[in-house]
Design a protein around this ligand. Structure first.
Ligand SMILES: Nc1nc2c(ncn2[C@@H]2O[C@H](COP(=O)(O)OP(=O)(O)OP(=O)(O)O)[C@@H](O)[C@H]2O)c(=O)[nH]1
Length: 273
């Protein structure tokens, strides 16, 4: 736990929070990790949460029903058929949501932004978040961290979640952490379980230490780089290859769905890879 958290008055912009992204594949525990942070830190920090879902507010509803934060401080962005585009290329809808939250509950310390459950390489734009956590779980297999993409390699923190399940899925957690640390050139990797008090304390300490660095101007947001090309299924059971190489939301498939904004007409099938 850091010794002191400088208060807002000491910062250049008293209404500007630390914006912290949480990304990772479907079901690895992003919403649960955010709920955990809210439960642990809402007594000492002013928090807000933005969730991204394709065309529901399911994650926001889960978090509101968890009763860990004033429901008014949890807001949903419906992202349309390319959920990662809203956190990577066209971040407007998310930025507006973050700024509204910061204004309505000023001064906020931390705004957590959850990406829609998405593929293995989803990354946030540094235009949207100051830092990002990438969440894997042991159920995805011990190899996944080693095979990783830009989120795994260059997020500010990699979480290997649900370590309590490791004995049931035959994963060697210390080995997985070592592999992940090597894939990240030594950047931090945290083995986490909601049942393991020590790991929860390590997570909250990491966030508070980051907040101190952010307020001191010592934290420099990193761009983990563009997402790797990935596949989306379409309604006919075919699909298209989707890239973010140009960093402007452009990609190589014909389509009529919106990017990063509330969808006018949600598509029926979206590939989650
Ligand atoms: N055993 C165990 N289960 C966990 C842990 N953390 C989360 N889970 C469970 O994992 C499942 C998925 O968790 P979520 O938080 O919904 O995952 P998510 O990444 O937000 O899911 P999407 O938003 O659908 O991508 C839920 O059933 C959680 O209860 C943990 O530490 N241990």
């Amino acid at each position: 736990m850091p010794d002191t958290l400088p208060d807002h008055q000491a910062t250049q912009n008293p209404t500007r929070s630390l914006r912290l992204g949480v990304a990772g594949p479907v079901g690895t525990g992003k919403s649960s990790l955010i709920a955990l942070l809210c439960r642990e830190l809402s007594g000492v920090l002013q928090l807000g949460v933005i969730t991204n879902d394709i065309y529901t507010d399911e994650d926001a509803r889960f978090l509101r029903s968890a009763g860990v934060l004033d429901p008014e401080r949890i807001r949903a962005v419906e992202t349309g058929a390319c959920p990662h585009t809203a956190i990577r290329d066209d971040v407007t809808a998310n930025l507006l949501a973050v700024e509204d939250l910061e204004e309505d509950f000023a001064p906020l310390d931390v705004v957590l932004v959850e990406s829609g459950g998405d593929n293995l390489t989803a990354t946030f734009s540094p235009a949207l978040v100051d830092a990002q956590i990438f969440v894997l779980d042991v159920a995805g297999g011990g190899d996944v961290a080693r095979k990783g993409g830009p989120g795994i390699a260059r997020a500010d923190l990699l979480v290997v979640n649900k370590t309590d399940l490791a004995p049931y899925v035959g994963v060697d957690v210390p080995r997985m952490v070592l592999d992940a640390t090597a894939a990240r050139d030594g950047a931090p990797v945290l083995a986490l379980s909601r049942l393991d008090r020590e790991s929860i304390d390590a997570l909250t300490t990491w966030v508070q230490t980051l907040l101190v660095a952010h307020r001191a101007g010592a934290h420099v947001p990193q761009d983990p780089g563009p997402m790797a090309p990935h596949f989306h299924a379409d309604e006919e059971g075919n699909g298209f290859l989707h890239t973010h190489d140009e960093g402007d939301g452009s990609h190589d498939h014909p389509h009529d769905h919106p990017h990063g904004d509330v969808p006018a007409e949600p598509a029926a099938a979206v590939g989650r890879d």
